[in-house]
Structures are given as C-alpha cells and as structure tokens.
Design a protein around this ligand. Structure first.
Ligand code: CU1
Length: 181
C-alpha cells in the first residue's frame, strides 16, 4: 500500500481534535450561599471574612437569601460600595436584587460589589466584595483546602468530554478500517 501512514495520521488528527474539544476537567460551577447559611445575607456578618474563605470562578453563582422586607442586595460600583451612598437607589447601582432569594451568576472575571441599600445597613457592614477569577486554566487554581481524594472520586467530572470520546473513538476506528481496506 502506497500511503501506509495515511490512516494513522488521520487517526492522530481525530484524536487531537477530540483533545481540543475536551476542556480541561473542572469542577462544575459552584453555588455560594452568601454567609453560608439560610438567610445568610443579614446584618452583623463579616462578609470580608466570608469572601476570603471562598474562591469564585466565572460561572459560579452567588445566592443571596434574606427577608426581603428588611434587606435587599444591590450590585454597585466600587465607589458606591465604599461610600454606601446610592443617593436613594440610583447612584452607582448596577443591578437591584430584591426577591429575598436572588441567584447572581458571576459571568465575568472581575470584582463584584454588593450592598444592602436599606438605611444604615451597608454602613453597618452589610456589604460584600467578590473577586471572580477565570475558570479552568486561569492560573488561580484550586482553593487550597480542596481535599485530594484519589480513591473516592477517580472519575473526573467531565461527562461531556467522555461523551465525545464515547462516540469519537468508534468513529475513529470505523474511519481507520475504511482507510485500511
Ligand atoms: Cu439590610
């Protein structure tokens, strides 16, 4: 056969493509309940400490739980976060969350600032700044306290990727056999 290395190089290309299609395994988007407990968005909680204890990646979700007649959760600019002065609700406010169960998708790699705009609450410390890093391959890596358990979770959480492999592999073999004929 003249082009004996044809099929194998084709296979190589197929596998290389699959590898490109497979993202670096990453734990799925995390949900962070602000304050870590039910109704954890409240007065008297140190959210600077809370934010330090968590790692936020693009795609993660912040969940603000609170009594919505007593609190709200406004996403604001940094200066409004620092001043706590929204000027009645319009100054430096990006998004107003008021449901009492607000799921905020952290879609961008940047810093986010949230305050409660009820009188005095922000000044009393009801404010949180969250620094969102890029996800896989962003250079930030796993939070330091993620336990490495080699036996229990041997399978990486990459079902989509394995799905590609599942049909990609037989397809590759089929193509190979066709060429080898
Ligand atoms: Cu509040």
């Amino acid at each position: 056969m003249a082009a004996s290395h044809g099929p194998s190089s084709l296979l190589l290309v197929a596998f290389a493509s699959l590898m490109l299609l497979c993202p670096v395994p990453r734990a799925g988007a995390a949900e962070h309940v602000v304050g870590d407990v039910a109704f954890g968005w409240d007065s008297g909680i140190n959210y600077a400490t809370w934010a330090q204890e968590h790692t936020f990646a693009v795609g993660d979700v912040l969940v603000f739980q609170y009594v919505n007649t007593q609190h709200n959760a406004y996403e604001v600019t940094e200066s409004t976060y620092r001043s706590c002065d929204t000027g009645g609700g319009g100054n430096g406010v990006r998004v107003k969350y008021t449901s009492g169960y607000d799921r905020v998708v952290l879609a961008e790699a940047r810093e986010y600032w949230f305050i409660c705009d009820f009188p005095g609450h922000c000044l009393g410390g009801m404010k949180v700044a969250v620094n969102v890093s890029t996800g896989a391959g962003g250079g930030v890596g796993l939070p330091p306290n993620v336990p490495l358990t080699p036996n229990s979770s041997a399978a990486p959480p990459a079902g989509g990727c394995r799905g590609w492999m599942a049909w990609g592999l037989p397809l590759g073999v089929l193509v190979f056999m066709n060429w080898a004929r």
